[in-house]
Design a protein around this ligand. Structure first.
Ligand SMILES: [Mg+2]
Length: 310
C-alpha cells in the first residue's frame, strides 16, 4: 500500500507502507500526524494517558474500542502494575463507561507467570511480591519456597511488604548459593500518583539485589521489555505483523513494540510532547502518530461510521 490510499478491505494484508510513508498526514501544532491506513487483527493498548487520564476516558477512546470489538478485533489493555488485580482495572473501565471483560486486561502478573511457565516450568521461585502475583504463581502450579538452597528464580516486584529478611533470602539464593536467576515483573522506579506524587515501585528492589549480588537482572517481564509483548502474542495467537501497540510513552510502549517487530502508534494525549517526539532516538520512533486515540481506526472506517461529524 502507498501513502494516502484508503484501505481496500477488512482483511489486513500484512504489508506495510514503507518507511515514512505520508499516509493521511496532517500537520498538527508542528507535528505530523500519521494515521494507519489499515486494520490490524490485534490492538494492544497502554491505559493511563492512552485510554484514560485520571478518572476520565480520553476523547474517542470509547468509540474506538467499541468499533474494534464490533469489527471482531482482539483488544488487549496493558499495565505494568503487578499489585492490581485485573478486576480492579475492569471495574475502573466500566465506571468510566467502557465495560471490559477481565480477559482483555493483562498485567505483569500474567506476563511473569507465563514467562516462568514457558521458560522454567519446574523452577522453584521466590517472589518479593504482593498477593496478586503470589496467587497467580500458586494457581499456575509453580513451586514457591523461601529456602535459599532451593530457589531457582527470584522475582523482584512492587512489594509494599518488602522486608530485610526477604532481601537476605533473595541475596543468598543468587549470590551465596550461586543458583538463582533474578527476574522482575517491571522496572519502574516509582508508580506515579495524582498531584505529582509517587510510590516506590519494583525498580529499587531490582537495584538493591543487583547492588548486593553484583549481578544484573536476567529478565524483565514488563514494559519496555519485548518479553511482555511476546508473551501476549503467544497467548492471543496472532502474528506480530498483524498487531499494533499503542501508548503515550516513547521509551516504554513504543520502544517495546519496535523491539518486538510490531507496528507502533504514539498518542499525544499523555506524557509525550511534540518536542519529545522530534528528539526521539530511532529506537523509540513510532510508526503512527495520533492526536486522538480514535485516529487509530483508518479514515475509511471512520467515514463509514459517520465519525467525521462528531
Ligand atoms: Mg501511559
Amino acid at each position: 500500500m502507498s501513502g494516502g490510499e484508503a484501505p481496500t478491505g477488512e482483511t489486513p494484508t500484512g504489508e506495510a507502507p514503507t518507511g515514512e510513508a505520508p499516509t493521511g498526514e496532517t500537520p498538527t501544532a508542528g507535528v505530523t500526524v500519521r494515521v494507519p491506513d489499515r486494520l490490524y487483527d490485534g490492538y494492544i493498548f497502554d491505559l493511563d494517558g492512552t485510554i484514560y487520564l485520571g478518572s476520565d476516558l480520553l476523547p474517542g477512546a470509547r468509540r474506538l474500542v467499541e468499533a474494534l470489538r464490533q469489527l471482531g478485533k482482539r483488544v488487549v489493555f496493558l499495565s505494568n502494575n503487578p499489585t492490581r488485580d485485573v478486576r480492579m482495572y475492569a471495574e475502573k473501565l466500566e465506571s468510566m463507561g467502557l465495560p471490559t471483560p477481565e480477559e482483555e486486561i493483562v498485567t505483569t502478573v500474567f506476563t511473569t507467570t507465563q514467562w516462568i511457565l514457558q521458560n522454567a516450568p519446574d523452577a522453584v521461585v521466590y517472589p518479593l511480591a504482593e498477593e496478586p502475583l503470589v496467587r497467580a504463581l500458586t494457581d499456575a502450579g509453580i513451586t514457591i519456597s523461601d529456602d535459599p538452597r532451593r530457589i531457582d528464580i527470584v522475582i523482584a516486584s512492587y512489594d509494599r511488604n518488602l522486608t530485610w529478611k526477604k532481601l537476605q533470602i533473595a541475596f543468598e539464593a543468587i549470590w551465596f548459593h550461586n543458583r538463582a536467576k533474578l527476574i522482575a515483573t517491571n522496572p519502574d522506579r516509582f508508580c506515579p500518583f495524582p498531584g505529582g506524587r509517587g510510590e516506590v515501585d519494583a525498580g529499587p528492589v531490582i537495584a538493591a539485589l543487583e547492588s548486593a549480588t553484583g549481578r544484573p537482572l536476567d529478565v524483565n517481564c514488563g514494559k519496555p521489555s519485548p518479553v511482555m509483548l511476546n508473551t501476549i502474542l503467544a497467548a492471543i495467537g496472532i502474528p506480530v505483523e498483524r498487531c499494533v501497540t499503542t501508548g503515550d510513552r516513547l521509551y516504554t510502549e513504543i520502544r517495546m513494540g519496535n523491539e518486538s517487530g510490531m507496528d507502533t502508534a504514539l498518542v499525544l494525549t499523555g506524557e509525550t510532547t511534540v518536542e519529545m517526539l522530534a528528539e526521539a532516538p530511532r529506537t523509540d520512533r513510532p510508526r503512527w502518530v495520533l492526536d486522538r486515540i480514535d485516529g487509530l481506526l483508518p479514515p475509511e472506517y471512520q467515514r463509514r461510521l459517520g465519525w467525521a461529524e462528531e
